[in-house]
Design a binder for this molecule. Structure first.
Ligand SMILES: O=C(O)CCC(=O)C(=O)O
Ligand SMILES: [Fe+2]
Length: 314
């Protein structure tokens, strides 16, 4: 099943916060002012000059479809300006592996283990070109992340734990989203789906994925995609692309993992529940297998009743 993402044009702050946001459905917002970046960043020369020579850690892959689980890419470092130059060209004179290799930047904080990405901190001479819409209270802002990649690059399907505005600045991008309700069809490994080729999934390996309902759209320069927390997303760069996304905390601060710098560590109550479940499963091991299976079913049915109640038909 497929539906097209809604495209909402020229909306104001109150329409977003009062009508769109509470529905917690992804939508493409068109015609919102995100600043001069849409004009200025079209120039590779401007972006490289203003962005400077700061080294950035990037993903480099000989194939456009990047696979985080099998790691078909390598991490390299380049000065920001050299990286943008290479990402914007189809063939490289200087390269790591092949002259047509793909590049992807997901900007990190100053100390990537401790700091979150902040475009004002890492790219002060570009940051003033982009305006973040006032769609959430400023104190809830978590990070602002540069995302730049070569034409053709496909980013694996994953979910993040915070609400997100993905601001497309240069180039077009195909986005496919799946609701959190489809979680059982996604073949997750951590926060990432094992289904890489989402347009041609192996039916023998991923039969349930074929039934997942996808929400599809094309982002044009200047568009903003609202990605609610836990919605799965997959992205293909139809052109060389430049985007910035902002993550913000929709829930109480205490529910987020404070060591998280990427916006993708599961919420604290889930991590705790997982530890408790590990202990419960260990405890069941005291019984022989057939008994364990019987009580396993009883536990599953309790979880189904308690947690999934509202999804069940009456
Ligand atoms: O556009 C991209 O490169 C990926 C976007 C993404 O995963 C995000 O904004 O969370
Ligand atoms: Fe994401």
């Amino acid at each position: 099943m497929l539906s097209l993402l809604d495209v909402v044009s020229g909306l104001d702050v109150s329409t977003f916060t009062e009508e769109i946001y509470p529905k917690r459905q992804p939508v493409i917002l068109r015609g919102v002012d995100i600043g001069q970046c849409v004009d200025k960043w079209r120039s590779v020369n401007y972006l490289t000059t203003q962005g400077g020579q700061m080294p950035v850690k990037i993903h480099v892959s000989a194939t456009p479809q990047m696979d985080f689980i099998k790691k078909n890419f390598s991490y390299k470092s380049l000065p920001f300006s050299d990286f943008v130059q290479r990402a914007s060209e189809d063939e490289h004179t200087e390269f790591f592996e092949t002259k047509t290799e793909n590049y992807y930047l997901r900007a990190l904080g100053d100390d990537p283990r401790k700091d979150k990405a902040d475009i004002h901190q890492q790219f002060p001479r570009l940051a003033d070109d982009i305006k973040f819409p006032k769609f959430f209270p400023p104190e809830k802002l978590f990070s602002s992340v540069f995302r730049i990649a070569s034409k053709g690059t496909q980013l694996w399907t994953h979910y993040d734990v915070m609400d997100n505005l993905l601001m497309q600045v240069v180039g077009r991008k195909r986005v496919i989203l799946f609701s959190p309700a489809e979680v059982d069809k996604m073949y997750l490994n951590g926060d990432k789906s094992e289904v890489l080729d989402i347009d041609n999934p192996d039916p023998g390996k991923f039969p349930k994925f074929l039934k997942a309902h996808r929400h599809e759209g094309i982002l044009e320069p200047g568009d903003i995609l609202f990605i609610p927390a836990l919605w799965f997303h997959n992205v293909i760069y139809k052109d060389y692309g430049v985007a910035v996304n902002v993550f913000w905390k929709h829930l109480d601060d205490s529910l987020y993992d404070h060591r998280d710098v990427y916006g993708n560590k599961d919420h604290v109550p889930y991590s705790r529940a997982q530890q408790i479940l590990d202990r419960a499963l260990k405890t069941l091991e005291e019984l022989p297998e057939e008994y364990r299976e019987f009580y396993g079913h009883r536990l599953i049915s309790r979880i189904e009743k308690k947690v999934l109640q509202k999804d069940k038909p009456p």
